[in-house]
Design a protein around this ligand. Sequence first.
Ligand code: HPA
Ligand code: ZN
Length: 340
Amino acid sequence: MESIQLKNIIQGIPKAELHLHIEGSFEPELMFKIAQRNNITLDYDSVASLKKAYKFNNLQEFLDIYYIGAQVLIHEQDFFDLTWAYLIKVHEQNVVHVEVFFDPQTHTDRGIAFETVITGIYKALEKAKSELNISYRLIMSYLRHLSEEEAFKTLESSLPFKDWIHGVGLDSSEVGNPPSKFVNVFKASAAQGYKLVAHAGEEGPADYIWEAIDILNVERIDHGNRCLSDSKLVNRLVEEQMPLTLCPLSNLELKVLENLEDHPVAKMLDKGILATIHSDDPAYFGGYMNENYYETAIALNLNVSQLEQLAANAFEASWLPKEMKEKHIKSVHDYFQSLE
Ligand code: HPA
Ligand code: ZN
């Protein structure tokens, strides 16, 4: 297939983004603008020099820069602008549903109120719902390098805003911080009505995926790359149709893989795993949804029916009600039929 033809096909697919850290969508241009209006001096003298620093050997090297970038976010308007810029961008890429992570502790630990953070994000999501026809869910992530007690404080702070938050997740430095460390706070979060997901098996072992499923009771795994090393786990994922939200360009940039050609998504589809493709931290990893689909399709030589499956899987894995899932999945199939 010609690359321009492939790009056009991907552009037209109605897409759902289920694995996106809003702080990871912070483009350097907007970061400089917000830093300036907040009178904050960045350690980099230009957008170009900041972008040059975006070379990572592992997850931790990325996280160190990602947390620094987030420090310029102070006011509700900053969180609104960050979120709105992301939504405008993905709207152009025909993303019609988003499930967005935010990291409250990255901000509350700097003295920013939980309310300031969530109100800015929420207002942008609501604006996108009415003006761009993008549906959404909002997921609060606990930082796993911090203690479970800290996560409990975050859960407590979230309760006045419970109606705006649909679920909780677990992100940040994976190795050495297994899902089981957060068993109590995940139980308490579920008791508050929050849905549960967790990052597992990105850099950490397949055991962490088992823990997320069996100990935390999550209904979706973020990443999960490492599952293929454990055939029992693969069987379990297939049996339960447990979704894996994969992020190919993130995996490449964080050296989870050496080459995109080694990405496991095609093998996962072959085995019947409910695999999906997302962007994780697009401002840092060189691509939003379209670029993740495109680069993966090229590297793995995916055919149109695999693209169709990936797009349909994302709606299936979403937290939309059944009728909405069916409507979107039908729109994916109608789209691919119209190409024939
Ligand atoms: N992994 C873990 N934590 C994160 C990531 C990621 O890819 N992005 C933002 N926080
Ligand atoms: Zn992630």
